[in-house]
Design a protein around this ligand. Structure first.
Ligand SMILES: [Fe+2]
Length: 206
């Protein structure tokens, strides 16, 4: 058995995810936000979980990520991409695996929103951060952004996953909290039917 929870932070429209192996009670959290830190810590306490890792899909330069607050409160180790601007305990690259209890999460490098974005694949679901959103995608005009790289990440790394893979993004769009890879292949107007050049020149507004 496993535990999977999605927490939502209305001001930032951001999602945080908690995944746990309920045999060992070992857990990971993906992308804590300022507004989800306290609810997250409450849930971890209620369910008597041990937080092993805080997984960051990406970090924006100049911010103090909520991941650091979670580490201070739990002793969990921070996991982030190779060049992510955070004091990470574990640096991951494509194909790496993060084990907790009897579970494992696989790392996919999906740069473009920032230079060091990664997505995390666990069982039948992928956590895509701000790379691929439901019917949208992350912006590329922030430091480290690269529209060509993001197009390749979305089309060659994420949309090639099995169609029934559940997509859990880093931000809410269109009042939806989950999609599938098959749906996004067909209906994500940022990339469906678009060339790399079109994606770069016609910025997608979600
Ligand atoms: Fe972002």
């Amino acid at each position: 058995m496993t535990i999977f929870r999605q927490l939502y932070d209305p001001p930032s429209r951001a999602f945080t995810y908690l995944v746990a192996d309920d045999v060992s009670n070992s857990a990971v959290v993906i992308d804590p936000e300022e507004g989800t830190v306290l609810p997250l810590l409450g849930l971890i306490g209620e369910l008597d979980l041990q937080l092993a890792y805080v997984l960051c899909t990406h970090v924006h330069a100049g911010t103090t990520p909520a991941a650091v607050r979670v580490r201070e409160r739990t002793q969990a180790r921070i996991v982030a991409g190779a060049d992510a601007p955070i004091d990470a305990d574990v640096r991951v690259s494509d194909g790496d695996s993060i084990a907790f209890g009897g579970e494992a999460i696989r790392v996919l490098e999906t740069p473009g929103h920032t230079a060091a974005d990664v997505s995390y694949l666990w069982r039948d679901r992928v956590f895509s951060g701000d790379a691929l959103l439901i019917r949208g995608c992350g912006r590329t005009d922030l430091p480290g952004g690269d529209a060509g790289a993001l197009f390749e990440s979305i089309t060659q790394r994420l949309l090639v996953l099995p169609g029934d893979t559940l997509l859990f993004p880093g931000h809410e769009t269109h009042h939806r909290s989950v999609s599938t890879i098959a749906e996004e292949r067909d209906y994500n107007a940022c990339v469906a039917g678009r060339s790399r050049d079109e994606f770069i020149t016609q910025r997608c507004t979600r």
